[in-house]
Design a protein around this ligand. Sequence first.
Ligand code: G3H
Ligand code: ZN
Length: 283
Amino acid sequence: PLVSMTDMLNKALEGKYAVGQFNINNLEWTQGILAAAEEEKSPVILGVSEGAARHMSGFYTVVKMVEGLIHDMKITVPVAIHLDHGSSFDKCKEAIDAGFTSVMIDGSHHPIDENIEMTKKVVEYAHAKGVSVEAEVGTVGGQEDDVIGGIQYADLQECVRIVNESGIDTLAPALGSVHGPYHGEPNLGFKEMEEIRNEVKLPLVLHGGTGIPTHDIQKAISLGTSKINVNTENQISFTKKVREVLAAKPNEYDPRKYIVPGRDEIKATVVGKIREFGSSNKA
Ligand code: G3H
Ligand code: ZN
């Protein structure tokens, strides 16, 4: 069933595992992720960037597609539809009005007072409708759709302030992670994560989950990370497979013949992540 992130993340924090956010782009992407979550009996968060929502014609189409799949695929695990890196109150409101069960308001590129102010406004609107809210402090490196940034570590006092003043459900403190592949090993700020953990009792979010080694994933979870976002890894596995199939069968023209193998790769990738994050059998 469709739910907000609140319950799944609080349980994850308590149980010392993380729920994966996997970004979707289309029907097959969503099928692959839902199939993986159902097979693993894991809660799951479907991340939708503003660009991906535009690609799918809009928030309303996304919600109806996900609802349709939950019904037709007989999905029983908790599923959240979450706006990823929402850029404004208006975009968050649009997503919530269309039926999203969760939103991220990413005010991280604004001065902290503005970030808090826009986050607070989103929380007021969202909570009245049972929708959960994620905010970000500091900046994640790399590029994702319209979001481009250099790495900037989250400031502890700013984290404490945004939690206390806005009433968010979960916080993404940027601590050296990057959107897209890492060049070399990631260098995550675990010392800072621990300091934030000691002051902020909410579940924390780790963006840029692609390419983070298992020992870092485990360390982050042990320090209160309860949600890990993965996007690029599914894009890579899907596209690699589709390329292989098209190269091996140059006369193939039935789209299902090359999209379904890509979808199966997404499913396998997500099953691997769910096991690594420890959320199997937590639905
Ligand atoms: O918000 C989505 C993510 O942070 C995904 O990052 O593409 O590096 O896996 P990634
Ligand atoms: Zn992100």
